[in-house]
Ligand binder design. Sequence first.
Ligand code: CMP
Length: 226
Amino acid sequence: MTNLAVNTTILKTVPLFSLFSDHELATLFPAIQHRSYPRHSFMLRAGEKTDALYIILSGKAKVVIDDGDGREVTLTTIGPSEFFGEMSLIDEKPRSASVEALEACEVLYISKPAFMACLKDNFEAAMLILRNVVARLREADRKIASLALMDVHGRVARLLMDLARDVNGIWVVDTGSEEMARMVGASREMVSRVLKEMRDGGLIRRDKRKIIVLDRASMDQRGTVR
Ligand code: CMP
């Protein structure tokens, strides 16, 4: 981890901070560090008793829980402008999961006391945090339902719909099958088999290491709990 200089121009690019006045930002400024983490490093680990908030400026990270025996489940992936670490900040319990950099990441690290002092006087900023936590709860509900009610075909279909990005009208997924397996709670072999069936059925095609979703309507249908 490397510390970089913080500046107000960077702070203004973050949606959460755009809700703060210049005076609030000036109060927060000394409590913020600009940090850089290399790929595959852990920005925080499950069980730690730390209470800062992190906001991603650039790069991609995954939120994971592991069983200490090398098996892990990926809860979600997060990227620029998204924050993490708010759970321990709010309930003062140990970190609920680990956050690992999938790519080199630059983050803002904000220590708790100054941040909470600002939130106390800023309803909009508190609501933004709350809305994000609620969105994560909805997403977690959807995952619980898909794990309990869908077979691996359905879970992979839902995941592909969630991961696909529109690149000039083409729906591209650049997550590997091993990572996908950790996200749907299945073996890599099973996920590869499902992907092959989808390819044979014309739902997807492969483009080097990427997956292109060809038939979004059928994919959506397969990945919906009814
Ligand atoms: P905290 O518990 O402080 O540290 C780990 C962080 O991972 C947690 O705060 C959240 O920011 C994030 N996190 C935990 N579970 C989820 C989830 N299901 N979806 C998105 N982010 C999560």
